[in-house]
Design a protein around this ligand. Structure first.
Ligand SMILES: NC(=O)C1=CN([C@@H]2O[C@H](COP(=O)(O)OP(=O)(O)OC[C@H]3O[C@@H](n4cnc5c(N)ncnc54)[C@H](OP(=O)(O)O)[C@@H]3O)[C@@H](O)[C@H]2O)C=CC1
Ligand SMILES: CC1=C(/C=C/C(C)=C/C=C/C(C)=C/C=O)C(C)(C)CCC1
Length: 352
């Protein structure tokens, strides 16, 4: 497929030379702001592109060799655009344009979608999200609400705005950057995990009726990923005092959980590009799966819940890992790695 990207300046030049050609160009091209996507290109809108996973997906799709995507990278504050613009290189202004969008604001979401020609979005990627860790009794209700406002209602607001047009066109793909924590809760991540469980339940329900309209829904489920999310989490923890938390709980959080979490990020952490690659594969799959775990090393942690429907196996295993094996977390992680690569099984068959 030959994809052409053109901007309004080029259109104006065409008008000066030949008004008929300009009209033909305009018919042929959809535009967002002053930049147009060529016919045949799929318009992708991504939320939260100022850093991390959103930025990596925007760059990977905008730099697609066959120029199959026209990416609208959005962020709540365009002053934070430099990292994305630099990473996108010459794709910026051709297959990537930027728009302001705050997923927590009805007005911002509507204004952004209205500014896109025909409100035409083929692929919506709900990526914007915030984390929150710490003992529940030490967190403010405001902080907890912000997590749900962004991770759950933010994605719901986007879907509500974009889905009716997709239904009318009987085509579209809605992707949510959820989390492995949306499938299996993690100690001291109670509220964050709940926000991801919430969006999982919402999407799992919606996916069924969307099929009738030829709209696909896909969840991307990363484990730990090295992004600003990780840095913000550790910075936040060092600032917060978790007022109202008893010393024993605080001790468990600071001396058992935090070092284990740091080990887990170090031992199992993926790069944002890994998540972008997985997301692109899902987009390009002829039959995209609903759930997509990105990290084979983290999969056993999620699989525990499917091995025992009572939930006791995961609760007790995590208890043991946190309170008894915390000091040797690296050993547990190495066992997880060996289970995933298969070397333990090989050694069991032919011990040396
Ligand atoms: N990193 C990890 O370990 C994992 C992350 N995830 C999920 O991946 C997604 C991306 O996170 P990640 O890249 O890691 O973290 P980052 O902190 O690097 O990126 C989060 C992005 O979301 C944006 N954002 C936050 N609030 C809003 C809002 N109200 N409106 C629009 N954008 C907003 C941030 O923008 P701003 O710059 O303005 O703050 C930023 O661009 C999140 O949904 C997260 O839950 C899932 C599993 C693991
Ligand atoms: C401490 C601890 C764990 C921590 C897991 C972590 C810290 C996962 C982080 C995932 C992220 C950051 C997802 C983002 O959406 C385990 C492995 C459950 C085992 C029990 C002890």
């Amino acid at each position: 497929m030959k994809a052409v990207t053109i901007n309004l300046e080029q259109c104006a030049r065409a008008r000066a030379r030949d008004p008929l050609r300009e009209r033909a160009l305009k018919r042929q091209l959809r535009y967002s702001g002053d930049i147009m996507a060529a016919e045949g290109q799929r318009v992708v809108l991504i939320t939260g592109c100022s850093s991390g996973i959103g930025l990596a997906i925007a760059v990977m799709l905008a730099r697609d060799e066959m120029k199959r995507y026209y990416v609208i990278g959005t962020m709540r504050d365009l002053k934070r655009k430099d990292k994305l613009v630099e990473a996108a290189g010459d794709a910026y202004g051709k297959t990537l344009s930027l728009l302001t969008l705050d997923v927590c604001s009805d007005e911002s979401v509507k204004q952004c979608v209205d500014s896109i020609k025909d409100r035409h979005i083929d692929i919506l990627i709900n990526n914007a999200g915030v984390g929150l860790v710490g003992p529940v009794e030490g967190l403010s209700m405001d902080d907890m609400m912000k997590v749900f406002q962004t991770n759950f209602f933010g994605a719901v607001r986007m879907i509500k705005e974009v889905m009716p047009d997709m239904k009318r066109r009987r085509s579209g793909h809605i992707i949510v950057i959820s989390s492995a924590m949306g499938l299996q809760g993690v100690v001291f991540n109670d509220v964050y995990s709940a926000s991801k469980f919430a969006i999982e339940g919402f999407c799992e329900s919606l996916a069924v009726q969307l099929l009738k309209f030829n709209i696909t829904m896909s969840m991307i489920e990363p484990g730990p990923v090295h992004t600003e999310f990780e840095m913000k989490m550790f910075a936040d923890v060092s600032k917060k005092e978790y007022v109202g938390t008893d010393p024993e709980t605080l001790h468990h959080f600071r001396t058992c959980y935090l070092p284990s979490a740091a080990n887990i990020f170090q031992g199992l952490g993926q790069s944002p590009e890994d998540i972008a690659k997985c997301t692109k594969k899902v987009i390009e799959s002829p039959q995209p799966p609903f759930r997509n775990l990105t990290n084979p090393l983290y999969t056993p942690i999620v699989a525990l819940k499917y091995a025992d429907e009572t939930g006791s196996l995961s609760v007790h295993t995590f208890y043991h890992m946190l309170y008894n094996l915390g000091g040797v977390m690296h050993v547990s992680l190495n066992i997880l790695k060996c289970l995933s690569c298969g070397c333990l099984r090989k050694r069991a068959i032919s011990p040396t």
